[in-house]
Design a protein around this ligand. Structure first.
Ligand code: SAM
Ligand code: SF4
Ligand code: SF4
Length: 377
């Protein structure tokens, strides 16, 4: 694991208080079964598969410097041709199979998912899926928010439950530079308002923090989130993909962010909502709501990682930092039965041994990892 010079003791304390006791209550993985009695597949570390992130496109209208730098992903970049992208029916079929295997949460992502035409139609298909015990699926979506004014209501009507919106600063100069196209803050804020009006609550906001770029936005963003009632999640800048020129000294450790907030408000850690939750949860003691920290670099959470990712072209990835995936599109298109596809997914998951963030080193950061926008963030 990459060693960081400072600022992780607060997170260790948080882990001991909030996560370790929770982990101790975990059921032994081998005893897990879906409601219909079918065993839930577990990987080589005993981790079940609970969440599926579905990328509906590798395209995006932004060019965030930490994800899709415009110097590399310019006009000539070859995105996936349409016939290689899974259709809504194919996505629904594979999602149904994942749900039958114990997946309880579906997150639609990309690229920018809202650039995929007719997205509410896909949401309708997915919203009708039921878990083996008849329960509803937790169906959510991550977006840059640029098209939410038009789409928040249709998405909610189609059955979307919640939404996470990315916003890195309230200052146009900072945000415009980070999103790579000078997209104005006001348009995203309007998207946030539209999501709230449409009932896609609680709205979560993802803020990637990069040293020297948007640290000065941390406190203003926290103030705004408290006033607006949204849940802000600070994300450590990660070495996803291989194009963003990631450097460890640009990571602002989550502990440092918490310390910064604690100079203004009294904050305390709180219980994770569920095992495998990505964000460490914190709350303001004055009743000003909660915030989260996603500390993939300074405090990896691989041991509780229950996430699979399906790319727009139908490749299954078992880690955000994978260098390769597994083709599911071929069996979806060659007449294979649901049972064949199920067996393939079970076999892939049962061989899984990913724990990239725990092993991160100078050598791993230069691996030819799949880009986050291509895999599904
Ligand atoms: N386009 C949508 C968006 O930006 O919300 C969804 C896809 S995006 C890849 C998903 C999330 O990944 C966003 O919140 C984005 O800020 C985050 N992200 C992208 N690159 C990152 C990086 N290098 N480090 C940390 N988070 C990153
Ligand atoms: Fe697009 Fe999201 Fe990547 Fe930004 S983070 S370039 S909005 S996919
Ligand atoms: Fe999961 Fe891979 Fe992230 Fe670890 S590094 S938490 S295994 S996605």
């Amino acid at each position: 694991m990459v060693q960081l010079a400072r600022g992780t003791s607060g997170l260790r304390r948080w882990y001991r208080r909030a996560v370790a006791p929770f982990r101790a209550t975990m059921q032994p993985m081998e005893s897990q079964a879906s409601a219909d009695g079918r065993p839930i597949p577990t990987d080589t570390f005993g981790r079940a598969m609970r969440d599926l992130r579905i990328s509906v496109t590798d395209r995006c209208n932004f060019r965030c410097t930490y994800c899709m730098p415009k110097e590399i992903f310019g006009r000539d970049y070859a995105f996936l041709p349409r016939d290689q992208v899974l259709s809504f029916e194919e996505i629904e079929r594979v999602a149904r199979i994942f749900v039958s295997l114990g997946v309880e949460k579906l997150r639609i992502t990309g690229g920018e998912p809202l650039v995929r035409r007719d997205l509410p139609d896909l949401i309708s298909l997915l919203a009708s899926l039921r878990r083996p015990d008849g329960g509803e699926i937790d169906l959510t979506l991550t977006t840059n928010g640029s098209a939410l004014r038009q789409l928040a209501s249709p998405l909610a009507d189609a059955g979307l439950k919640r939404v996470t919106i990315s916003l890195d600063s309230l200052e146009d100069a900072v945000f415009g530079a980070m999103n790579g196209i000078d997209f104005p803050v006001a348009r995203v804020l309007d998207g946030v308002a539209a999501a709230i009006e449409a009932g896609l609550a609680p709205v979560k906001i993802n803020m990637v923090v990069r040293r020297g770029i948007n640290e000065s936005s941390i406190l203003p963003m926290a103030r705004w989130a408290r006033e607006t009632g949204v849940i802000l999640r600070f994300i450590e800048y990660m070495d996803v993909g291989h194009s963003n020129g990631w450097r460890l000294d640009e990571v602002v450790p989550a502990a440092e962010i918490i310390d910064m907030l604690a100079t203004v408000w009294s904050v305390e850690s709180t219980e994770p909502s569920y095992l495998g939750e990505v964000a460490g949860r914190w709350r303001y003691q004055d009743g000003g709501g909660e915030f989260g920290v996603i500390s993939s670099v300074t405090q990896p959470f691989c041991r509780d990682c229950t996430r699979a990712r399906l790319s727009a072209e139908g490749r299954l990835y078992t880690c955000l930092f994978a260098v390769d995936g597994h083709d599911l599109r071929a069996p979806l298109r060659d007449g294979s039965s649901d049972s064949d596809v199920t067996g393939r997914i079970e076999a892939i998951w049962s061989r899984r041994g990913d724990r990239y963030s725990e092993l991160r080193s100078a050598a791993t950061t230069t691996l030819p990892k799949i880009e986050m926008f291509a895999m599904g963030g």
